[in-house]
Design a binder for this molecule. Structure first.
Ligand code: THG
Length: 668
């Protein structure tokens, strides 16, 4: 299978609105199936009740399913869905049928394909497509089923990937033209599905178009796992061969308006909408009539919100027929062309626009960077460890760096556990996460728990180019951005030349060989400790800043970051001096183009407020302005008493007048 279906669909979607079919369940109900209908001949002695397992009909009542497919094709659908919404080994465990998953998917895809073939033969100029339906599963990777244990998950990423891979294999073997991940309420499950499809296609050297359709649970417009529409789009936008993104199920067609409008504004692919025929009524039925739905759809078409329309629960061939009419001879929406900004997400989006302000990445959720956090994690006091994360958010962090690299810990397990716990705290989970480890296995363990678009911290050419490329490709599959350290087989870059040479090489490999979006590359040209007394270290800050400027001027769209607190390790124990060093360092590095930094959020001194004498001595060191600058700063530091300043200041400003408080808040 080449990319021909993808191109064929793309060409069609440029010309007209395509129609996807309506509900399977509603049609099945018309047959009033009994337990015996479900069982058919093959499962008449099955040890579990099977009533309600609609997917089973592809094996036990194939004629019924084929007839339903035909009814939708007859109504004018261009795309019909396989009857496989729940046909994964994981969901089929409920019926003791997990071993039949592959067979069911093959059977279902074949039925749909046969029905399409019949119509394609009749109308060769109107090709019909089979979308292999993949549902969201009955187990969630983002949500705990146990209210008393928010970090618990009833399934693992690897299990979901394995189960989806089997389903994908069955659907493709049975002849599906498209894979449709639908009714996504948990973006992490969806990302595992994307990963499964991508890996399956990579291994088998095939390509298949993908459609993704999310669902929302109420008028807040959030997914069940809590994401806003834009955050959802950002989280899945790495999907290769993505033909469309959209919404289905959920509310009635009219209530979908703000959310499909929002999605259509952001999505660089085509969009789809196939809602329920209204909300379920008291009897579990659906009341919106074909003409009511078609009328609203027509409005959405006029407003260029949609490229593919159809129906979900409660819709029938009559609904589809009127949608076909509503879509006829209409101009289809043109996909959005989002600017190439770095876009991250947690429950909410973070977009790093051109000329964006400096972005704070909270450093404290790091067992090697905070004794307190390390103690809490080692002792299993996760409750309080979460408050460390929360304090960083309150202190202004826009991303959280998480590091669990400590010899006494099972870092993979603890990384996963802590991220899962943070996922249950909306005030923390609204932020994107930066998964920080020097071990790739720990980074992967973290990525498997992030529903948003996170940042990998970090990869480098330390173990050679092949290893580097392999990690970068994996990062793409997980849908993350990446920090690249200026490190190669010869070691860490510690001068200007090595810094820019390594970054330039990494950029070339990533953009030209791996296909990494340049805006998702964040270089870290090594913030190393100054004022150590070793002469070779004197130019470290200068070289970092110079390298930053070079990267920003020569590696288009790439970002620059760094671990800011590293620079001042020589002054451990003297926070006043350290904070002055950090803010003076940032003042110059940001001017040179530094986009973001790992910092102790909430503890950054304001440059203009650094006492003159201290600032001069600090800048002498940072900018390597005189040979004795280290001694002079060390001597001066002795004279500065620790005041526990940050805390005091933080409270004092609240006693000012309204004018003073506003000024303070604005300056901050
Ligand atoms: N680049 C990238 N990632 C990084 C770093 C980097 N991750 C880790 C580190 N460096 C950045 N994070 C920190 C976190 C804390 C400190 C320094 C860097 C720190 N901690 C206090 C200390 O060691 O004195 C501890 C204080 C305490 O125990 O409370 O300074 O460079 N990509």
């Amino acid at each position: 299978m080449g990319n021909t279906t993808f191109n064929q669909l793309k060409d069609l979607l440029k010309k007209r609105i395509l129609i996807i079919d309506g509900a399977m369940g509603t049609m099945i109900q018309r047959y009033k199936p009994t337990e015996e209908t479900y069982r058919g001949e093959r499962f008449k002695d099955w040890h579990r009740d099977l009533k309600g397992f609609n997917d089973l009909f592809v094996m036990t009542q194939p004629d019924m399913i084929r007839d339903i497919h035909k009814a939708y094709l007859e109504a004018g659908a261009d795309i019909i869905e396989t009857n496989t919404f729940g046909s994964t080994s994981i969901a089929m465990e409920d019926f003791g049928m997990q071993d039949l998953a592959y067979e069911m998917n093959v059977a279902a895809a074949r039925l749909a394909k046969e029905a399409c073939a019949e119509y394609n033969a009749k109308t060769p100029n109107k090709p019909r497509f089979v979308a292999g339906s993949i549902g969201p599963l009955n187990r969630s990777l983002s949500l705990s089923p146990d209210v008393n244990d928010p970090g618990y998950r009833s399934v693992t990423w690897d299990q979901v990937v394995a189960s989806y891979t089997e389903q994908v294999r069955g659907l493709i073997d049975g002849g599906a033209d498209i894979i449709l991940l639908e009714t996504v309420f948990d973006t992490l499950n969806c990302k595992a599905g994307i990963f499964a499809i991508d890996e399956y296609c990579r291994v088998n050297k095939i390509q298949i178009p993908i459609m993704i359709s999310g669902t929302i649970v109420d008028m807040s417009g959030r997914t069940l796992s809590g994401q806003t529409t834009e955050a959802f789009w950002i989280s899945i936008s790495h999907t290769k061969n993505l033909i469309s993104v959209g919404l289905n199920c959920a509310l009635g067609v009219a209530q979908m308006r703000p959310f499909i409008e929002e999605l259509s504004k952001h999505a660089s692919c085509f969009t789809s909408l196939y809602p329920n025929a209204g909300l379920p009524n008291a009897f579990g039925g659906y009341d919106e009539t074909p003409s009511q739905m078609a009328e609203v759809m027509e409005d959405y078409i006029q407003n260029s919100f949609v490229n593919i329309i159809g129906g979900c629960c409660g819709t029938t061939p009559d609904h589809i027929k009127l949608m076909v009419e509503a879509a006829e001879h209409k101009e289809p929406r043109t996909p959005a062309e989002p600017l190439p900004f770095l876009r991250l997400s947690g429950l909410e989006p973070v977009v790093v626009r051109e000329n964006a302000n400096f972005m704070n990445i909270g450093e404290r959720t790091n067992v090697t960077g905070s004794r307190k956090f390390a103690r809490l994690i080692v002792n299993g006091n996760y409750e309080e460890a979460l408050s460390v994360a929360r304090d960083q958010v309150d202190g202004g962090a826009q991303v959280l760096d998480i590091n669990m690299d400590e010899g006494m810990l099972d870092s993979e397990e603890v990384m996963a556990k802590f991220i899962n716990l943070m996922a249950a705290e909306p005030d923390i989970a609204k932020l994107p996460f930066m998964v920080d480890s020097s071990k790739w296995s720990v980074i992967e363990a973290g990525l498997k728990c992030c529903q948003g678009k996170s940042v990998v911290n970090s990869i480098s050419m330390k173990e050679g180019e092949e290893a580097f490329k392999n990690m970068a490709r994996r990062v793409l599959q997980y849908g993350a951005a990446v920090v690249v350290m200026a490190f190669d087989e010869q070691g860490q870059a510690d001068n200007y030349e090595r810094r820019i040479q390594i970054c330039a090489k990494a950029y070339k490999i990533l953009t030209e060989e791996v296909g990494f979006p340049p805006q998702d590359i964040i270089f870290d040209p090594n913030i190393l400790t100054v004022a150590t007394g070793i002469e070779e270290h004197n130019n470290y800050a200068v070289d970092y800043i110079k390298a930053t400027k070079w990267i920003k001027e020569n590696l288009p769209l790439a970002k620059v970051s760094g671990g800011v607190s590293n620079v001042s390790f020589s002054f451990r124990g003297n926070d006043t001096v350290r904070e002055a060093i950090h803010s003076a360092f940032l003042y110059h590095a940001i001017k040179a183009g530094m986009d973001m930094g790992i910092v102790n959020a909430g503890q950054l001194e304001i440059y203009e407020e650094i006492p003159k004498e201290l600032l001069e001595k600090v800048e002498d060191v940072l900018l390597n302005r005189r040979p004795d600058s280290t001694e002079r700063l060390v001597d001066f530091a002795e004279t500065i008493k620790q005041k526990g300043k940050a805390e005091v200041v933080a409270e004092e400003w609240r006693n000012g007048t309204v004018q003073d408080r506003l000024t303070h808040a604005l300056v901050r």
